[in-house]
Design a protein around this ligand. Structure first.
Ligand code: ADP
Ligand code: NA
Length: 333
């Protein structure tokens, strides 16, 4: 059996939002009490859409990377206890990605739901977008990770990583553990886009009203929650399939408080959706306040943030170079 190893990643495509925080990051912080967490800021993943969509300005990437570093540390990731680093500083991720890409097929990658969704409205689809989940599999397998705490949006990607681990093991002999996905404690599903609750909340949508960023001011939070799309029924109920908008707000309320949607709906039955929105906004503002204070302090010391990433890359490289040496030998290169 393999020793527990926990790895996760996040794209520096924008500011951390509450979907990232409650879907993933908060779980890392909890796990960190008894485990080392390996956390990669996946800049190579973040360039997969930039050419096609113009959503990501590469000139802003260095700034976004430091901002993401500050956000993760501000949320409580401990750079002494855990390993926080930049993906592109550890070359074995992309080296293993190439090897893994030779073990899967074009039809399998073309069936990946995230690929299909992301490439839907793009005329000239970048091939990097196609290989996105293979690089993600490499991010995981290069550490021989056993556990991957990510949000529910990543389920299919993790299944691909498991498939590639099995395939490699079958061809070249036992090398990788089969990584297991672990979900955040009480998050029932993805946190949804505030403007279109049929989609997930994401950093990569142009409409800033669609997400609550971890650094949003109280006024921004209130405005965004007020403008969140709901239906014309004024009662607050939790019915994600038929009332995704208001249910998303109850879902957010539920992950913050740790209380069940049913209990919350019962407690606020005297409020209409408009009044309920103000309550949710207020709770979010209070919850994010201490994190924002930390982030602001960290952003005053850019050289500290850079040194955290440098040290993280040194620690990460010790693991990845060992794996890579073994892999190379096994494949005969
Ligand atoms: P984004 O789509 O916002 O760019 P990333 O791809 O960087 O997010 O994912 C970072 C982490 O946040 C992953 O573990 C992912 O599963 C989680 N995550 C992203 N969006 C959501 C969401 N809307 N709800 C829950 N978890 C999410
Ligand atoms: Na994403």
């Amino acid at each position: 059996s393999w020793p527990d190893r926990i790895i996760s990643g996040i794209q520096p495509t924008g500011i951390l939002h509450i979907g990232n925080y409650y879907g993933a990051v908060k779980n890392w912080i909890n796990l960190q009490n008894s485990n080392e967490i390996i956390c990669s800021i996946v800049d190579f993943h973040s360039i997969t859409l930039s050419y096609a969509s113009k959503l990501l300005d590469h000139k802003k990437l260095p700034e976004n990377i430091l901002l993401m570093t500050a956000c993760l540390l501000g949320c409580g990731l401990n750079s002494e206890k855990s390993i926080l680093f930049l993906q592109s500083e550890v070359p074995q991720h992309t080296q293993l990605c190439w090897v893994l890409s030779c073990l899967t097929t074009v039809p399998r990658l073309a069936r990946q739901p995230q690929y299909r969704e992301k490439s839907e409205n793009i005329k000239d689809i970048p091939s990097g977008l196609f290989f996105y989940p293979v690089l993600q599999a490499a991010d995981i397998l290069i550490y021989k990770a056993t556990k991957v705490p990510v949000g529910k949006d990543q389920l299919q990607h993790l299944q691909l990583a498991s498939h590639l681990a099995r395939k490699f093991n079958a061809l070249y002999g036992e090398t990788f553990p089969i990584p297991e996905l672990i979900f955040s404690g009480n998050i029932a599903s993805k946190i949804k886009n505030l403007r279109n609750p049929h989609k997930k909340m994401s950093k990569s949508y142009p409409d800033k009203l669609s997400r609550i960023e971890i650094t949003d001011s109280p006024d921004d939070i209130t405005e965004k929650i007020k403008k969140a799309v709901t239906d014309c029924t004024s009662q607050v109920t939790y019915e994600p399939d038929i009332r995704p908008g208001v249910s998303n707000l109850v879902g957010i309320h539920s992950v913050i408080t740790g209380r069940s949607p049913a209990a919350l709906c019962d407690e606020v039955k005297h409020l209409n959706t408009g009044q309920y929105k103000l309550l949710v906004a207020e709770i979010l503002i209070e919850t994010l306040k201490p994190i924002q204070k930390e982030i602001n302090q960290l952003l005053n010391d850019k050289s500290f943030l850079i040194s955290v990433l440098k040290n993280g890359a040194i620690k990460a490289s010790k693991i990845t170079s060992d794996t890579w040496t073994v892999v190379r030998k096994k494949i005969g290169c």
